[in-house]
Design a protein around this ligand. Structure first.
Ligand code: DOR
Ligand code: ZN
Length: 348
């Protein structure tokens, strides 16, 4: 590895998939996201879910109120799709600039998805309305059929749900979120410009062995779960390919450590404290640092039909140790790669 490599300057990136939570947790984790990103697509899986315009407006106000004075960070809000979501509500939120996108969780697929979609026929009117508006649908792509092996849930979702849906509504603009498989990479690559995918930092770094290395590692448990090494390698190729349909979405998902280090722990990996630094490491390892800006700062805005950010950020090749914990007492969250030293550091 070359020493004293030049700093990297990029347009300021955005996070196209993040869980900011609410209340005390929001206040604890927001500084890490705004340190790196100008905008973020904010997930709506609160309790209760953010499923109408009023709830999204109020949540955006709470996020804005938690920002430090002078911050120009822009939270981009999503509408949690249920079987009973009204097309008029989605259209109204989009036209008012409250909703940027709609999020589809299959019911029971993940954290706080109990109100998610059960009957895909019932959401057809909303999806048709969104296709007409050009409004993106963001999909947690996993089937929940207990007969399907947990490691196959994404690839089966593509075959059983996503592909039929796209054939019925090819104009619908879709982001397949946090992809974890070669099948997903191949499917997105073979599709047209209406299908894109986000890729997390952690899925570029860990495979499923890491979850069991020397004992069970609850802080490496997330959904979709990390897969075999060949899938991680496919994700690295996709992210660093320069293909504009792949872009950055951390899926940073904080949970207080007692709810992870327990008999039945929550899914979610908290990468916000070091996400950009990890992506930089991955791109460096793949000899693709020249493509980091496309992945982190250009491809996402292009898909969302937003301008890229004008501001620039700088990453220096300087070691940085990820904190062991963020926050106090029982509310503390253990970040991804806690206590490890990374090679890049974002200048702030
Ligand atoms: O691991 C995950 N955590 N996957 C999700 O889809 C949801 C998220 C959360 O909200 O904690
Ligand atoms: Zn998520």
């Amino acid at each position: 590895m070359p020493e004293n490599i030049d700093p990297i300057t990029l347009r300021r990136p955005d996070d196209w998939h993040v869980h900011l939570r609410d209340g005390v947790m929001l206040a604890a984790v927001l500084p890490f996201t705004i340190r790196q990103f100008a905008r973020a697509i904010v997930m709506p899986n609160l309790v209760p879910p953010v499923a109408d315009v009023a709830a999204a407006y109020a949540y955006r106000e709470r996020i804005r109120a938690a920002l430090p004075l002078g911050s120009d960070f822009a939270p981009l809000m999503t509408c949690y799709l249920t079987d009973t979501t009204e097309p008029e509500e989605v259209a109204r939120g989009y036209e008012k600039g409250v909703f940027t996108a709609v999020k589809l969780y299959p019911a029971w697929a993940t954290t706080n998805s109990a109100f998610g979609v059960i009957d895909y026929d019932r959401i057809t009117p909303v999806l048709e309305c969104m296709a007409g508006l050009g409004m993106p649908l963001l999909i947690h792509g996993e089937v929940t059929d207990p007969e399907v092996d947990v490691f196959d849930r994404e690839s089966v979702f593509i075959d059983r749900v996503l592909d039929p849906l796209r054939r019925r509504l090819p104009e619908l603009r879709i982001v397949l979120e946090h992809i974890t498989t070669k099948e997903a990479v191949d499917y997105v690559t073979s599709a047209g410009p209406n299908l894109a995918a986000t890729i997390t930092a952690h899925h570029l770094v860990i495979n499923r062995n890491a979850i069991f290395a020397g004992g069970i590692r609850p802080h490496l448990y997330c959904l979709p779960i990390a897969k075999r090494e060949k899938h991680r390698l496919a994700l690295r190729r996709a992210a660093t390919s320069g293909d504009e349909r792949f872009f950055l979405g951390t899926d940073s998902a904080p949970h207080a450590f007692p709810t992870k280090e327990t008999a039945c722990g929550c899914a979610g990996i908290f990468t916000a404290p070091c996400a950009l630094e990890i992506y930089a490491e991955v791109f460096e390892e793949e000899a693709a640092l020249d493509r980091l800006e496309a992945f982190a700062s250009l491809n996402g805005p292009q898909f969302y039909r937003l301008p890229p950010n004008d501001a620039r950020i700088t990453l220096r090749r300087e070691s940085f140790t990820v904190p062991q914990r963020i926050g106090e007492g029982d509310r503390a969250v253990v970040p991804f790669r806690a206590g490890e030293t990374l090679r890049w550091r974002l200048q702030v």
